[in-house]
Design a protein around this ligand. Sequence first.
Ligand SMILES: *[C@@H]1O[C@H](CO)[C@@H](O)[C@H](O)[C@H]1NC(C)=O
Ligand SMILES: *[C@@H]1O[C@H](CO)[C@@H](O)[C@H](O)[C@H]1NC(C)=O
Length: 441
Amino acid sequence: MCSISNIIVVSTLHILLACLLLHTTAQDSSRDALEFTIGIGSGSKDSYLSKGCNDEHHTLPFRLNCPLSRTLITTLPALASEKEVLEFADQRLALVYPVIQKFKSIITSDPLGITKTWLGSDVCSYRGFYCDNPPDNKSAIAVASIDFNGFQLAAPTLDGFLDKLPDIALFHANSNNFGGTLSPNIAKLRYLYELDISNNQFSGPFPAAVLDMSGLTFLDIRFNFFTGSVPVQIFTENLDALFINNNNFMIQLPDNIGSTHILCLTLANNKFNGPLPRSIFKAFPSLAEVLLLNDQLTGCIPYEIGLLKEAVVFDAGNNQLTGPLPFSLACLENLEQLNLAGNLLFGTVPEVLCELGKLVNLSLSDNYFIHVGPLCRILIERRVLDVRNNCIPGLPFQRSIVECANFFAHPRFCPRMWAHTYIPCKPFTYSSSIPEMAPSP
Ligand SMILES: *[C@@H]1O[C@H](CO)[C@@H](O)[C@H](O)[C@H]1NC(C)=O
Ligand SMILES: *[C@@H]1O[C@H](CO)[C@@H](O)[C@H](O)[C@H]1NC(C)=O
């Protein structure tokens, strides 16, 4: 399976540790802290007066060369009743403070009371925010990571928030109710390598800005309402994981993808056009999970599926795939789950497939298979193989003779029919003991 979650755990731990360390340093180095004043009772919580550097009305970006105002502290007592001094451990935190407060002001729902903690200058202690030393200045402190997973926050947009966190490396916000489109400005987030906005209400086109983010390795936008096409270039980006399932994308799998090193790819529950291109399997030799279910894939399964040597899960259930199963499936030695239920597949279930040692679930129900050999029958008994609702004589729960006859009344061909018994991983050693039958009722 994909080990992305382990990576996340490790990196989050790292950040937590860094935060603890930083917390200590921050207190020691308060001499260098920036001072800001924030007007209280003046109506707007967002109105900042940073003495000495704010000549344009509170605009961002913060000026890095602005002088520290030492006098502010000494004049403070006189103002104490009206003003509160915010001291930031680093100017980078001062910079994102107004961004966060502005975002807080557009949050429409916060059932868990998360944003109650988004108060004051200690941004690194806000729930969901984690700080670290940014790569370009190891003595600075910046918001490096956000983990809002499961916070159930609602906001109409992330614009003006995510794209204004210049040092962010990880942004995880799954299972919230954030909406709108993703700003093209996120392309400027030079350190962002993990973006997870799955299970939200995002809409609009594929966030093409990610194509310009060379450091991005993990993109999870599944379970949203994105529409339109998916740019082909995304498959050749630096990504390890690409999750775009359960949107309203129209995906035309390109016939010539080129090389990619995506390990996890989920395209399920979108709208696909056309066949599974042969090149997709050549392009993704290291894919561990392939989820293509409930799409509109058509055509025959090319023998190149056998090139997915690392595949553990392959799921293309509920499509319009047809033809016999390629014997090359025997090359998927790590395969644990294969779901091709609910397609238009026919012929024999290859015995070489049933021989795969790690299979725990082989779902071929609701197709038009006509034969299973002895090894596959063992899997049926062990409830690994499900061939219900096919056309296999002598097995229970099969389609009616009429239904099968109707299906086979139309001649059905696949291109390169010779190739479906070809086993690329052992081309010369295997010889089939089962005669390959032409489909007949
Ligand atoms: C690095 O960050 C520290 C702390 O914010 C700051 O004082 C210093 O000027 C920064 N160095 C550079 C080269 O920007
Ligand atoms: C096997 O996979 C199918 C399709 O994904 C699923 O519906 C079924 O529940 C699974 N069976 C078991 C025993 O896990």
